[in-house]
Design a protein around this ligand. Structure first.
Ligand code: AMP
Ligand code: ZN
Length: 672
């Protein structure tokens, strides 16, 4: 390609990718499949990498972040970011409507109803069609400049289209979809990390990460709901929203004009039902007067506009007293505050404890011991505190001081960049952490030493018989017998169980080591790419990043783990004890149903990602190929399989299976 051709090609790809982003995010009408989109994007990424001379910060590929901000600069909002008045019932909302009538002196107005997305508000400043600055709400007057992080949001076009004004501000909400949140939490659960409280907390934490490349990996989304111009070019809010859409900015498709308060109630009732079907959380509806000149007439109170209000959906909550706050120490040293409550009955069970997640959550809620708090049951296993009944607060209650030292070993706690959680850094001597690590090691999914229970581990530790996982392999029958309530038979079983664990395959041993962020799935992936532990020990971040699904965070944690001499020593003790520290092909195989078969995967799937389907092929003995040929045994086709591929498969008379048929074939409906 001549250089001239390259530039043209890059530009046309940039345009195409931006256009498809617009079709997908703004219009919700994608014209091409996700796969085709990925192909376009990949082509662009590769061309740009080859020809760095054509770099452009506004290219749609620049959503991967990279800039690192140590401290966020603060910025004073030109117009303060106020909060909204809240209503919780029909009566309050009718009162609001009455106030509007009274102030305007007539009924000639209309409302715009919007979903109140549960995320965090953001103010974007555009100049000449490009994002100049993104500022958080902060205290409403001043916020933090988080432009680099916001730029990673895929739904945000880097270059506006059409006839946009040269300078304007737009406000909206940044949030995370529930499936993305659940996926993150699943990874945390896999790695025994404390779970994130809710999508809003993760979105908030993510936006404040210092490394925008990390932000880019967490899928944030955005929806915009307010255009602000010094000299408005439109007369109504709704027109403003449709302008935003024309310029390529994402607005909600659920926004509706409601000419009367009764139609507002219809909207509210409809969404109170339908919100369960959304992929993101909303906590109510925002009702805004549409006409700008009427807004001006209505004005503001000190805290909020008089022309808008929010209506919050009801949730089942109970009010009870917060008696005390305990702190739990996890095996990785993570500290989780837990509220002890005066027992209260909620949706069929008595609630005595609720998670407070981390210091930020306590600060955000400003809960104080002695307060009356609202408890709700969400999807989580333990209930959560959602607020404080301030009318019941004793004014003498002090602000809750978060602990500074480990409740278990008294070591000073630390906090890492981007982590809401406090950690006890005393990983080798903090009793709870040491015991927790050994308990993790014997866990069913790890070494599965089933004759050794969690309590016995505690006893062995307290007797000074074990300090780490390797010590398990030096325990003697006589020592075990000395333990309280230990019968001969149990002691024999225990020793036998430990002996048997030496046959447990390498991936599970790797998981059992308890390396931070290395859950069961990651351990399997590692064991597949690094056939033995020595190769893994020698690997660097770059090697690790080549393994799919392993990102910077996991890679750094692995490298850090193996950089410590004590861990290397631990591994050599385990090796000497005879544990499995290398892969045998059969470890990773589930069946040989696809033995000797060559399979091509194409299109977009519903239950699994393409990579997961490929993984399934491998663990069932098959071989993946990328293109169809006479050697292909069959094709697994998802939606939007490329037409050329389809034609080729048909011409060569190759069997095509859909996702379900494929899963039936391998009799496996879950990934391993
Ligand atoms: P509150 O925090 O209860 O005062 O509610 C105001 C907040 O609601 C704003 O700061 C936004 O973060 C959020 N919000 C969510 N959706 C909307 C919307 N459509 N219009 C205005 N604010 C919204
Ligand atoms: Zn500690």
């Amino acid at each position: 390609m001549s250089l001239f051709g390259v530039q043209e090609k890059i530009e046309s790809l940039r345009k195409a990718v931006s256009e498809h982003n617009y079709q997908y995010y703004v219009l919700a009408q994608p014209l091409i499949s996700d796969y085709e989109f990925d192909m376009l994007l990949q082509e662009l990424i590769q061309l740009e990498a080859k020809h760095p001379g054509y770099f452009d910060a506004n290219s749609p590929t620049q959503k991967v972040g990279g800039a690192v901000n140590k401290n966020f600069e603060s910025f004073t909002h030109e117009y303060p970011m106020l909060s909204l008045g809240n209503t919780y019932n029909e009566e309050d909302l009718r009162d609001f409507d009455q106030r509007v009538v009274k102030q305007l002196g007539h009924h000639d107005y209309e409302y715009v109803c919007e979903l109140k997305v549960d995320g965090l508000s953001i103010s974007l400043h555009y100049e000449n069609g490009q994002l100049l600055r993104a500022v958080t709400r902060g205290d409403g007057v001043k916020g933090d400049v988080v432009t680099d992080n916001v730029k990673t949001i895929r739904a945000l076009n880097s270059q506006l289209k059409g006839a946009f004004p040269s300078s304007f501000e737009v406000r909206g909400e940044i949030f995370m979809h529930r499936p993305a949140f659940e996926k993150l939490n699943q990874e945390r659960a896999d790695a025994d990390e404390p779970l994130y409280a809710n999508p809003r907390n993760v979105a908030a934490g993510t936006l404040k990460l210092q490394d925008s490349a990390e932000v880019a990996k967490r899928p944030l989304d955005i929806v915009l709901y307010q255009l602000i111009e010094n000299t408005p070019s439109v007369k109504t809010h709704f027109e403003g929203l449709s302008k935003l859409k024309q310029w390529g900015l994402v607005v909600s498709n659920e926004t509706q004009i409601c000419p009367t308060i009764d139609t507002v109630f219809n909207y509210i009732n409809e969404w109170d039902e339908k919100r369960k079907l959304l992929s993101y959380d909303i906590d109510g509806v925002v009702i805004k007067v549409n006409d700008y000149s009427q807004r001006e007439e209505l004005g503001f109170t000190a805290k909020s506009p008089r022309w808008a209000i929010s209506y919050k959906f009801k949730t089942e909550a109970a009010l009870t007293k917060l008696l005390s706050i305990d702190y739990q120490v996890g095996r990785t040293g993570a500290i989780t505050p837990v509220a002890n409550l005066e027992p209260v009955f909620l949706l069929g069970t008595t609630v005595k404890r609720a998670s407070l997640h981390n210091a930020n959550e306590i600060e955000r809620l400003d809960v104080r011991v002695g307060d009356y708090v609202f408890v709700e049951k969400g999807g989580e296993i333990i209930p959560k505190i959602t607020g404080v009944d301030l009318s019941k607060r004793n004014i003498e209650l002090p602000v809750h001081p978060y602990i500074t030292h480990c409740p278990d070993c008294q070591t000073e706690l630390i906090r890492k960049d981007g982590e809401a959680q406090h950690y006890c850094p005393n990983e080798d001597h903090c009793p709870t952490q040491v015991i927790g690590k050994i308990q993790h090691f014997i866990h069913r999914k790890a070494l599965d030493i089933n004759n050794l229970g969690d309590e016995t581990v505690e006893l062995l530790f307290k007797q000074g018989l074990i300090q780490n996982i390797a010590d398990l392999y030096t325990i003697k029958y006589e020592d075990v017998l000395k333990l309280e309530r230990m019968a001969e038979k149990s002691a024999i079983n225990l020793i036998e169980g430990i002996e048997a664990s030496k046959q447990i395959p390498y991936p599970r041993v790797l998981f059992g080591l308890g390396i931070r962020y290395v859950g069961e799935t990651v351990a399997k992936k590692l064991a597949k790419s690094f056939k033995n532990i020595d190769d893994l020990i020698k690997s660097n971040v770059e090697d690790l990043l080549k393994v799919d699904e392993i990102g910077e965070r996991i890679a750094a944690s692995i490298v850090e783990y193996f950089s410590k001499p004590k861990n290397i020593e631990l591994i050599s003790t385990l090796k000497a004890a005879g544990l499995q520290l290398e892969s045998h092909d059969e470890d990773l195989t589930v069946s040989n149903i696809l033995g000797g078969k060559t399979i091509v995967i194409s299109g977009v799937f519903h239950q699994f990602s393409r990579d997961e389907i490929k993984h399934l092929v491998e663990i069932h003995g098959g071989k993946n190929a990328s293109s169809i040929s006479s050697k292909t045994d069959f094709v697994v086709a998802g939606d939007n399989m490329g037409p050329a591929k389809l034609e080729k498969a048909v011409n060569l008379k190759i069997t095509i299976l859909n996702e379900e048929e494929f899963l039936n074939l391998i009799h496996d409906t879950k990934t391993t």
